[in-house]
Each structure stands twice: as structure tokens, then as C-alpha cells.
Write a protein of this length. Structure first.
Length: 393
């Protein structure tokens, strides 16, 4: 699309974390530098993050607004973060591992000649307000200023028509799933197939219980937002859910749709043992979503079961934030659904024990359809991953 006709724009950006790290959000506003007119705004929560991550996220959001609405304009960025301004100006090095990818993304988005200016906090109130509105649940995403010029109004409408695919629209009711994989069991460590309700159902190991507890404690800043904990009825997920419930002070209910794939005769065997006992079957299973282990389920069968469970969850917990304790295959299936990806995407995802992924489903019209947004995938608390930063939801 053609952007707004202006030769110079200002980006005012900010971000904040209530807890550092804690619940965080960013704000960014794009203005016509000559008139001060607001062209577009973005205020979006990003989950648990540090102040620095939130500030960089605000910068990136502002640069995206400039690229969308004023692609040919000269850009000046104004922020009250000395760190971001000095690093983006090249005067300070980016040393923290979690900051490097954010700084690289911002540099890739910034037009040549972009100027970075540090301002006092009181001069950055607009962006700060947007970030706080996002933190308070009062806004989420991009809004575009209406303009007198009818050609520009038409252009704004064309942007809004494109927005749903980008996840930028002002959404309807949002239902957020915090997806927690269970902790390790003896089968996990030995890389054995471990299925659902018909499996041997090994319990969590001591390490597995500690992993889940660490992840649950990481979610403590979100305790008041989590309305329910829903678990697969399999032993290791029920145990994991109860640990999380004890930490967060919640009750656990079960959803059979989120149980792990049934592996039938393969259950309890390693990949090597399956290859020896059932020559060719493992290879066919890895090549086909329709192939099922003897006495087990195919990926397609699991997909239907998981998505039926998702429909029930969205109906019962519409507009809420829910902690879902599940397994590798159901979580990957939910991620593929959120991304509207083909199911074979599950072959290209890795999911650590007791990791956290986050998906939000937005109402997408009057027909009951929903649009998914993946906000976090395979994240580990800092106690397990020293450079982990929950910065994307």
C-alpha cells in the first residue's frame, strides 16, 4: 500500500514492566513531524518481560508503524530510555544476549538516516499512556487516525482489511491459553513413547516435579489473571497441574481432548526398539499424518480430538485466561491451529518438558469463528534458562 504523504515523521515509543520482570507492555505513536498530527498508535501487552525488553518492543512497534504508514519519510525516534537510544545510535554496545535480537530487528526496520533522540520522561507521556492502557487491559494493537482526505480514509480502510492476517486489529473478546507441558518422567529421560490414557502412565520424576514448580512460580505475576487450570487426564499431566494449582491457588479440572496421542503397541518402547520390532512402520508413521501405530492414533485423529477439546474450552472459558497442562502432540497441534499452518508443522517444532507456550484466540466475527495469535513458544523460566526472557505476549 501507499503510505501517508508526509516527508518527516516522529516515533515516540516507551515500554514498561510492573515487576521488572513482570507484566509488561509497550506503547508507540507515529506523528507527522511538521504538524504533530497522530497518524497511528500501538499499545500492546507482551506478557512477562523486563523494562528493557518492553522499551525495545515499543521501538520496534513504532518502526513498523513508520514502515506501514510513512514508508518514504525521514524518521526521528524519541524515547526516554537512555539505553535504547545510545545503543541504537551506535555509541553503546549491546551486550545482553536477550537484547541482541531485539536490537538487530530494530536496526533492520529503521530506514537509513534514522535519528534517535533521548527525551525526559515527562515529554514521552503519550507513548507511556499507551503502554499503561495495554497493561490495564484497555487496549491491544494498532489504531489508525481518521483523516479528512477521502483518499487517505480509503487507504486506512484497506489497512484495516489487511489487519486480521497480521494480528493488528482491535480484537473482539480474547481467550488466552497458557500451555504448560508436563515435567519429565522416567520415559521422557529414556526417550520412550509415552501415550495417553491407555499408556503405562509413568509418574513425574523428582526433576519433573521441580521443573513444573519452577514454571508455575514463574507464572505467579499472572496469578490473578488465570481463571482456571485445565489438565489432560493422564497421570503425569494431572500431577503437573496439581503442582501448578498448589502454587497458584487454583482448582484443576480435566479435558480429555488434550490427552497425549495413543501409541498403542509402541507405548513404552524407544524409537530403536520400535524400528526393530515393527520394521518400516516407524518410517511410514513419520511420513504420514494418517498413519497410526498399531492400536494407536494418527496425528489426524489426535488433531480432531484436540480441536474438539479447544472448542469446548473456548465455549466454557470465553474471554478468560486459562492454564492448560498438556503434552507435546496436543500443544503442537494447538500452535498449528493458531498459526493456521498445515498439521505437518508439528514435525518442525521442539517442546521442552515443563515449557510454556501462549496462544490467544480472538473472536473474529458474528459467525463464531476465532483467529489465533501465537504469543510465546517453548519458553523456560530463568532458573532453567539463564537468558530466557518472556517478551512476546
Amino acid at each position: 500500500m501507499t503510505g501517508v504523504v508526509t516527508s518527516r515523521v516522529l516515533i515516540e515509543a516507551d515500554g514498561g514492566s510492573r515487576g521488572n520482570p513482570g507484566p509488561a507492555a509497550y506503547g508507540a505513536v507515529l506523528k507527522d513531524a511538521a504538524t504533530g498530527e497522530v497518524l497511528a498508535e500501538d499499545g500492546t501487552p507482551i506478557g512477562i518481560a523486563t523494562n528493557n525488553v518492553a522499551e525495545y518492543s515499543g521501538l520496534i512497534a513504532g518502526l513498523r508503524l513508520a514502515a506501514e504508514f510513512a514508508p518514504d519519510a525521514e524518521v526521528e525516534v524519541r524515547m526516554d530510555s537512555k539505553l535504547v537510544v545510545e545503543q541504537m545510535s551506535g555509541r553503546w554496545q549491546v551486550k545482553h544476549p536477550a537484547m541482541k535480537p531485539l536490537a538487530a530487528e530494530a536496526k533492520a526496520l529503521a530506514p537509513a538516516g534514522t535519528v534517535y533522540t533521548w527525551v525526559r520522561r515527562e515529554l514521552n507521556k503519550h507513548a507511556d499512556r499507551l503502554a499503561n492502557e495495554a497493561l490495564d487491559g484497555l487496549r491491544h494493537g494498532v489504531s489508525v487516525a481518521e483523516r479528512e482526505d477521502t483518499s487517505l480514509v480509503a487507504e486506512v480502510e484497506s489497512v484495516r482489511a489487511e489487519v486480521p492476517a497480521r494480528g493488528w486489529s482491535r480484537p473482539g473478546a480474547a481467550t488466552t491459553l497458557i500451555l504448560l507441558r508436563h515435567g519429565v518422567t522416567p520415559h521422557t529421560l529414556e526417550k520412550r513413547f509415552s501415550g495417553g490414557l491407555a499408556s503405562a502412565n509413568p509418574p513425574l520424576s523428582d526433576d519433573g516435579r521441580a521443573q513444573v514448580r519452577a514454571s508455575a512460580e514463574w507464572l505467579m505475576p499472572l496469578k490473578e489473571r488465570i481463571s482456571a487450570i485445565i489438565a489432560s487426564p493422564v497421570r503425569r499431566t494431572r500431577e503437573s497441574a496439581q503442582i501448578a494449582a498448589d502454587v497458584l491457588g487454583k482448582q484443576v479440572s480435566e479435558e480429555p481432548g488434550f490427552a497425549e496421542m495413543e501409541f498403542g503397541e509402541w507405548d513404552g518402547l524407544t524409537f530403536a526398539e520400535v524400528g526393530e520390532r515393527y520394521p518400516g512402520e516407524l518410517e511410514r508413521w513419520l511420513r504420514s499424518l494418517e498413519e497410526a501405530p498399531r492400536g494407536g492414533e494418527s496425528f489426524r485423529a489426535v488433531e480432531k480430538r484436540v480441536l474438539d477439546g479447544l472448542d469446548r474450552l473456548l465455549e466454557r472459558h470465553h474471554g478468560e485466561t486459562v492454564l492448560v497442562v498438556s503434552h507435546v502432540t496436543p500443544i503442537k497441534t494447538l500452535v498449528a491451529r493458531a498459526l493456521e499452518a498445515e498439521l505437518d508443522a508439528v514435525y518442525r517444532m521442539e517442546l521442552a518438558p515443563a515449557s510454556i507456550s501462549v496462544i490467544t484466540f480472538y473472536d473474529d466475527g458474528n459467525d463464531g469463528s476465532t483467529r489465533g495469535s501465537l504469543r510465546l513458544f517453548n519458553a523456560l523460566p530463568p532458573s532453567r534458562d539463564p537468558i530466557a526472557t518472556v517478551s512476546t505476549w
